[in-house]
Design a protein around this ligand. Structure first.
Ligand SMILES: [Zn+2]
Ligand SMILES: [Zn+2]
Length: 337
């Protein structure tokens, strides 16, 4: 089968590799696979892996061969939960399989889904109803992680929020907040095109990073927002999130970089008595919620798909990811159903 491999920092190739050894697992024929910032960091060497490694953790496909005891009929379209867990440690038993210390991420710790076939235990497969178009399905894994993050935050209609960074995850957080009844949402990004898209998706105000402080003050009558969602992962954006927050606010740190406390406005953190939430992955139930939100049309996913490439052109797909105007870049592994 074909697979996209990273052979070392900066070196990716598409080549034939043996089909996965399924043993009792279900074999998924991969249909769409999203390229993520994590993949880009693995390719650049910023996230080291054991080489060669098949990339890819944002995977949808259909059941090609049902595993032993599988209840999923052949042909069922599925979302793959890419985070495996041991199932028996104290963390897994505490119902937090997404934090399992012995867990692994597809495409980083084990071979992933930028390939024709992927063998997975049924526990990691979430059926997708036919009402979800293929283009939307390609973004379900990312939506699952955003659902997981927001499940940890209380919001109420009438509250105010800022979303800092309007890439795919920021635009999904914006839509989820709208769906949860938060109408006063300010979107912050350098990109004019992304500000326009955020307005279409329901932001009441948008701003460049330079103007954000003033816009937040204006929209909230000087109070600051009840919830600041940071979706970039840089010290300056975390700082901006903390400084946009009102007294007693919550800061949802979704960008995965964890800056050291140096240079952070830690006095404001203390003075404003901020609750800072820093989610890591997604629980199985978050993926089912993501699928339901998409099937009902509550969240629009395909609006965030900005480029598509055949699996064979994976190098071009990765090159496209360097364009900051890009939103979700998707690999098409099989032709349309
Ligand atoms: Zn991802
Ligand atoms: Zn475990």
């Amino acid at each position: 089968m074909r697979a996209v491999l990273v052979d070392g920092p900066g070196t990716i190739a598409v080549r034939d590799v043996p089909a996965p050894d399924a043993s009792s697992r279900t074999v998924v024929r991969v249909e769409r696979a999203g390229v993520c910032g994590t993949d880009v960091k693995i390719v650049s060497g910023k996230i080291p892996v054991a080489y060669p490694r098949v990339l890819g953790h944002e995977i949808v496909g259909s059941v090609a061969v049902a595993g032993t005891g599988s209840s999923l009929p052949v042909g069922t379209r599925v979302l793959v939960n890419p985070s495996s867990a041991c199932g028996s440690c104290a963390v897994c038993r505490a119902d937090r399989p997404h934090l399992c210390p012995d867990g692994a991420l597809l495409g980083r710790d084990v071979d992933g889904g930028f390939a024709d076939l992927l063998a997975v235990d049924d526990a990691y497969l979430h059926p997708i109803p036919p009402s979800v178009p293929d283009d939307d399905a390609a973004l379900l894994q990312v939506l699952g992680t955003c659902v997981h993050a927001q499940a940890q935050v209380d919001v109420f209609p009438g509250q105010t929020a800022v979303v800092i960074g309007l890439g795919v995850s920021g635009l999904l957080h914006l839509q989820l907040l709208r769906a949860r009844g938060v109408e006063t949402i300010i979107g912050v990004t350098r990109s004019r095109a992304k500000r326009e898209l955020a307005t279409r998706l329901g932001a009441v105000a948008v701003a460049s990073p330079e103007d954000a402080e003033g816009v937040v003050r204006e929209v909230t009558d000087g109070r600051g927002v009840d919830l600041a969602v940071e979706c970039v992962g840089k010290e300056e954006t975390l700082r901006q999130a903390m400084l946009s927050a009102c007294l007693g606010a919550t800061v949802l740190v979704f960008g995965t970089t964890s800056p050291t406390a140096d240079g952070m406005p830690t006095y404001e953190w203390y003075y404003r008595e901020l609750a800072i939430i820093n989610p890591r992955a997604a629980r199985p139930r978050d993926y089912d919620r993501a699928i339901a939100l998409t099937a009902s049309g509550t969240v629009q996913l395909s609006a965030l798909l900005s480029a598509r490439f055949d699996l064979a052109d994976a190098r071009d797909a990765f090159a496209a990811c360097n364009d900051s105007g890009q939103l979700k870049v998707v690999l098409e592994v099989t032709a349309d159903r």
